[in-house]
Design a protein around this ligand. Structure first.
Ligand code: NAP
Length: 280
């Protein structure tokens, strides 16, 4: 199959690209502010350029990990969030569907309020911040108007990459500098390795799965526990991780606390060793 990945310079897009290339698929990825050799620059809000790219590449599958995932910035700049998390992905999805390509959109666990997670695909959404509400809006548009659309919800993505966008890398950098890392004990989630996300997402597309699919790591833990695990795995003392509460960060956007996702589809449950090599 032929694939276009809009946002292949990001954490998720980069792993998708690797996964598809390793399977011998034909892939063209795009980037915006982070140039990567082989990727084509594309602003997904530019209808003429999106149209030209799709006409040229004739993809069977269009993946849309591109987004504005900075939750606090979305809260401060809701118009920009709407353009990047709603208007632009809807434009790309509509143009892709007109060409009969399968659309794969990346949503988030933040569509839920975090009062009683973990949540399955059948649970009712109730986002508590702008970012989550915008993802809900796009999900609904895709479900209503795009045939065969696949909506993947991951949560707290991490990887091995030496990239400031990667939580593991940021923690290790802080610890290496001799700093302590503050991590919250009151947010639970299901951290998702990009490697496993790429593999399961590929499988779902190969199966032509439609609708919403939760693709997450196999464990549910707090941000504090996750950070202690990372510290220990990289040879640092757990004492370098300071427990804190979400309130103490005075963030712009509310966070789901008792969050995390599970999938009701056993064939897409992620397994350590089989789907990803554990880091911690
Ligand atoms: N990270 C998480 O923990 C997490 C958790 C749940 C869900 N998600 C969702 O998963 C998806 C991928 O997240 P991520 O962590 O991979 O994000 P990321 O690393 O920030 O990557 C975002 C990608 O979008 C591209 N992009 C941004 N604005 C664009 C525009 N106007 N036109 C075209 N491309 C644009 C970026 O390109 P440049 O970098 O080249 O500018 C980059 O390739 C997002 O939809 C996010 O909401 C993420």
């Amino acid at each position: 199959m032929k694939h276009v990945i809009v946002g292949a310079s990001g954490q998720v897009g980069g792993y998708l690209l690797q996964e598809l290339v390793s399977r011998g698929e034909q892939v063209q990825g795009t980037c915006l502010t982070h140039s990567v050799p082989g990727l084509r620059p594309l602003d997904m809000g530019d209808a003429d350029r999106v149209s030209a790219l799709l006409a040229e590449e004739q993809p069977d599958v269009v993946w849309i990990p591109a987004a504005m995932p900075d939750v606090d910035r979305c809260e401060r700049e809701p118009e920009l969030s709407w353009r990047l998390n709603v208007e632009a992905p809807e434009l790309v999805a509509t143009m892709a569907a007109e060409r009969h390509a399968k659309v794969v959109f990346f949503s988030t666990d933040y569509v839920f309020d975090g009062t009683n997670g973990p949540y399955s695909e059948a649970d009712r959404v109730n986002a508590v911040q702008v970012y989550g509400r915008h993802k809900v809006e796009t999900e609904q548009f895709l479900l209503d108007t795009i045939p065969r659309a696949l909506i993947i919800r991951p949560a707290w993505i991490y990887s091995r990459d030496e990239n400031p966008r990667n939580f593991v890398y940021r923690v290790v950098q802080q610890l290496q500098s001799g700093n302590t890392v503050k991590a919250v004990t009151d947010q639970w989630n299901t951290p998702t390795p990009s490697e496993g996300l790429g593999k399961i997402a590929w499988q779902a597309v190969a199966d032509d799965f439609e609708g919403i699919l939760h693709v997450v790591g196999p464990e549910r833990l707090t941000r504090y526990d996750l950070t202690v695990r990372i510290a220990t795995a990289f040879g640092f003392s757990p004492a370098q991780v300071d427990p804190a509460t979400t309130d103490s960060f005075h963030l712009d956007a509310a966070r789901p606390l008792k969050g995390g996702l599970v999938t009701a589809c056993p064939e897409y449950r992620m397994e350590a060793g089989r789907d990803f090599a554990p880091i911690f």
